[in-house]
Design a protein around this ligand. Sequence first.
Ligand code: GDP
Ligand code: K
Ligand code: MG
Length: 310
Amino acid sequence: HTRMADDFKSGYVAIVGRPNVGKSTLMNHLLGQKLSITSRKPQTTRHRIHGILSNHEMQAVFVDTPGIHRNEVRAINERMNKAAVSALVDVDLVLFVVDSDQWRDDDLLTLQKLGDTDLTVVLVINKSDTLKDKGSVLPLIETFNDSFDFADIVPVSALKNQNLDRLQEVIASHLPVAAPIYDTEQITDRSERFLASEIIREKIMRSAGDEVPYDLTVQIDAFKDEPAHTDPKTGRPRKACTFIDATIYVERSGQKAIVIGDKGQRIKQVGMDARKDMEQLFDKKIMLTLWVKVKRGWSDDERALTSLGY
Ligand code: GDP
Ligand code: K
Ligand code: MG
């Protein structure tokens, strides 16, 4: 048990910005753990998730948000918008993330919303690895600086882990002196059950690419930890293992066929990839069983959304 420094800092840090600028990648790489799922598709992140970074001087509780969507009519998008906005209530710091190569009016629009608050905002210019000429980021800085009073500006590459140490220092400098919010051993506020369903969803989104919309969801039907034991029949030692049964819900039978794939190839690969990630994240042996079912119109149905945990 080590004694906490008197000037230990802690607080909530919201990561906001347009879809696909790299918010989830940034959180994962700051934590050194893949907690939030990522893909090239916008709207990959549907849920709010806390990622907890603790070191000897601070604890930052990152809030990865779904992007803020405009002109969305369907129930699921309204829920996502609410999650994005409510993430900003009571945070100590906002990381406003932009893509160094592809910034546009949408970014400024999100920034305007922040302008109405008195939040401390750090501009994080991500994907700096994609810039051939580092100087080309200067007009971006100028434009954004004109429209907002940032506490700091930090260029990074989340994917390549460039300048993330500097970003950590900047974050610590803006957090209030306070005791840690979560246990310093903890890395997320989410259950393994939840993380398992997100990992499966990521593998489908990545593998099925543009063929399935984001209208699919994953429900964990069973999550059973079996401790290490001696098999009563054979007398042989059995390693600890977690049995996970999950159902992938899609909206149409055509989508079901796509998720399953030719001769079941895709679902088999999804299962193997998901299991690998889970074993790494949970640090235990996993047995994963996947099912695919059609649940018509679930993303428009408030009742169904609630039963699936939104
Ligand atoms: P989000 O929608 O803002 O959460 O974005 P994601 O974290 O899902 O990332 C969107 C895409 O950008 C993914 O394909 C990432 O691999 C990619 N990406 C994220 N950060 C970087 C970066 O620093 N450099 C490059 N080249 N790509 C990145
Ligand atoms: K994304
Ligand atoms: Mg995301």
